[in-house]
Design a protein around this ligand. Structure first.
Ligand code: ZN
Length: 193
């Protein structure tokens, strides 16, 4: 889809890793469609993931007792949030599609455990359970429409052939990503009836 803007939030240390490969394939496939693809490479950027008072520039509204929620809200209104946050907010606002590629993010994630371990009766429970706080609690809450997650199970223990298959199905899915309908992000999607 020419003209569409895609933001990939990428969190992995090693560009030659399986995660690096999934990111590379996404950039290539979407760029070929004519999309403008931006990558926020959080490790390469040395992005500060902690919520600290350094996020607020200028005077605090209550310097005695620091409340991040209050100060961030005020700083947002006064446009005094630190520039690395403002830059990322702008990228998210401008994007038509945001892909989170990382161990603890969503839509495109890799796991340590196998698919069997992430079933209702498996040791880790249904993988949808751990998507609830991220997909529903964070993304849906922030106004995103959520597409089905792309989960690459246990690439570390998979065979080379299985890994190639996972990358290929990701590339194939991206070919028609713009026709996908968001999931119904409701309690029953995650937990059944
Ligand atoms: Zn939801």
């Amino acid at each position: 889809m020419a003209g569409k803007k895609v933001l990939i939030v990428y969190a992995h240390q090693e560009p030659r890793s399986f995660n690096g490969c999934l990111k590379k394939v996404a950039v290539e496939t979407l760029s070929k469609q004519g999309c403008t693809v931006t990558v926020s490479d959080l490790y390469a950027m040395d992005f500060e993931p902690r919520a600290t008072r350094n996020d607020i520039t200028g005077p605090l509204s209550n310097p005695e007792v620091f409340s991040y929620g209050v100060e961030a809200y005020e700083a947002c209104k006064k446009r005094s949030l630190t520039s690395d946050i403002v830059d990322e907010q702008k990228k998210v606002q401008e994007a038509d599609l945001v892909i989170f590629q990382g161990k603890l993010a969503l839509l495109s994630i890799t796991t340590g455990s196998t698919a069997e371990m992430y079933t209702k009766t498996g040791v880790s429970g249904d993988f949808k359970y751990f998507l609830w706080p991220l997909q529903h609690g964070t993304l849906h809450f922030c106004g995103f429409k959520v597409l089905a997650p792309q989960i690459s199970f246990a690439p570390e223990t998979a065979s080379e052939e299985e890994r190639k298959q996972m990358v290929a199905s990701w590339a194939q899915r991206l070919e028609t990503i713009w026709q996908e309908v968001p999931i119904p992000c409701t309690r029953s999607w995650y937990f059944g009836q």
